[in-house]
Design a protein around this ligand. Structure first.
Ligand SMILES: Cc1cc2nc3c(=O)[nH]c(=O)nc-3n(C[C@H](O)[C@H](O)[C@H](O)COP(=O)(O)O)c2cc1C
Length: 169
């Protein structure tokens, strides 16, 4: 099963999260293709799509937004999940954090099967304002492999149940 994982990332944390998702998919036996959201050429051999976007001031990274809008028609015909990244604390591990208003519109636009928020990362030496100021108190890496793995397993279970030939309940 081919799963395309596309990401919009400003400072690399969300790109790394997309890699974690790709690795977890590979471990379950899927073929994972991890790719920047502005670099997707086609959907050949793609059975499902996961779009991962960094959150800045409650807005999803532009590349992730554009990818969803530009490919909305194709995405409506595939199982899709949207992923937001992410809070600079352990809140995403403690509770389900719903999509922001903007991301919810994208969920609806493509009929995504689900959305999840994972913790983010901010380097202590982050450049540019206000990131550099935020880094003084909020720097840290809150991406959690175990959390990612658990979520990927739920996605793969849903994909297995969509396979043709399986009895529908
Ligand atoms: C200026 C700034 C604004 C941010 N705003 C949000 C936000 O609204 N919601 C959130 O969950 N995380 C927010 N974050 C945390 C980022 O989403 C997190 O650092 C993420 O991992 C960044 O991804 P990137 O390294 O791929 O750019 C913000 C971070 C910065 C520096």
């Amino acid at each position: 099963m081919g799963v395309l994982v596309v990401f919009g990332s400003k400072r690399g944390g969300t790109a790394g999260l997309a890699d974690m998702i790709g690795d977890a998919l590979t471990e379950t036996g899927c073929d994972a293709f991890v790719c920047p959201a502005d670099g997707v050429a086609d959907f050949v051999r793609v059975d499902a799509v996961i779009v991962v976007g960094a959150l800045y001031a409650n807005r999803w990274h532009r590349d992730a937004r554009r990818f969803v809008r530009r490919n909305a028609e194709a995405l409506r015909g595939l199982p899709v999940w949207l992923v937001s990244s992410g809070p600079l604390d352990d809140s995403a591990e403690r509770q389900d954090i719903p999509p922001t208003k903007q991301v919810l519109k994208l969920v609806d636009a493509v009929g995504a099967r689900g959305h999840v928020t994972f913790g983010g990362r901010l380097a202590p030496d982050a450049k540019g304002f206000p990131a550099s100021a935020m880094a003084k108190t909020k720097a840290g890496d809150w991406r959690n492999q175990a959390h990612v793995q658990r979520w990927v397993e739920t996605v793969v279970n849903q994909l297995q149940s969509l396979k043709p030939g399986r009895a529908q309940s």
